[in-house]
Design a protein around this ligand. Structure first.
Ligand code: ZN
Length: 158
C-alpha cells in the first residue's frame, strides 16, 4: 500500500472505531487560483487531508462527463492524484444540490470502462473505498448515469 492509502485506511478504521471523523478545516479560498483545474486540485487535496503532502494532482477536461447534472456546455474535470509511482483517478463534478463532489474513477465491473464509482468526501471515505467496506452505501450516484460505460452496459440506469 502507498503511504496515502495507508493513511486513508487508518483514518477509516479510526472513524469506524470512534464514530467520529477527523475535523476538516474550512475549505481553502479558491479565488486566488489561476484556473479551474488548480481550484479543483486544491479542494481535492484539502478534502483528502493532503494539504502539505508532496503528492501531485494534475487535471484535464473530461469531455465525456459534464460539470453540472444535465449540463451540456462545461465538461467535468478529471484529476490524477499521484505519488511515488502510485496513482488514483478522480472525477470532479457538481451534484444536483450544486455541491462540488469528487468521485473515485474505477473500472466498471460489467463493461470494464473507467467510470465514477464512489463519492469521496474525505480521507476516511477513501479508506473505506480501499477496504471495500462501502457496499452497503451503494456507490456514487454518478455511477449509473455515466456516459463512459460501454454501449449496452447493464450498470447504466435507463
Ligand atoms: Zn459499465
Amino acid at each position: 500500500m502507498s503511504p496515502i492509502e495507508s493513511a486513508a485506511v487508518d483514518a477509516a478504521i479510526n472513524r469506524a472505531r470512534t464514530r467520529q471523523a477527523v475535523h476538516l478545516a474550512p475549505e481553502p479560498s479558491v479565488h486566488t487560483a489561476p484556473d479551474e483545474q488548480t481550484v479543483l486540485a486544491r479542494l481535492l487535496r484539502h478534502r483528502l487531508g493532503l494539504a502539505n503532502h508532496p503528492a501531485v494532482i494534475s487535471g484535464h477536461s473530461d469531455e465525456r462527463h459534464m460539470l453540472l447534472p444535465g449540463g451540456i456546455h462545461y465538461p467535468a474535470v478529471a484529476l490524477l492524484l499521484s505519488h511515488q509511482g502510485w496513482s488514483l483517478r478522480f472525477l470532479a463534478t457538481y451534484n444536483d444540490r450544486r455541491r462540488l463532489v469528487f468521485d473515485v474513477v474505477d473500472t466498471c465491473p460489467y463493461c470494464h470502462e473507467p467510470v465514477p464509482t464512489e463519492e469521496i468526501g474525505r480521507a476516511e471515505d477513501l479508506g473505506d473505498y480501499l477496504l471495500r467496506s462501502r457496499d452497503a452505501l451503494g456507490g456514487s450516484p454518478r455511477f449509473r448515469l455515466s456516459p463512459a460505460h460501454a454501449v449496452g452496459c447493464r450498470a447504466r440506469g435507463d
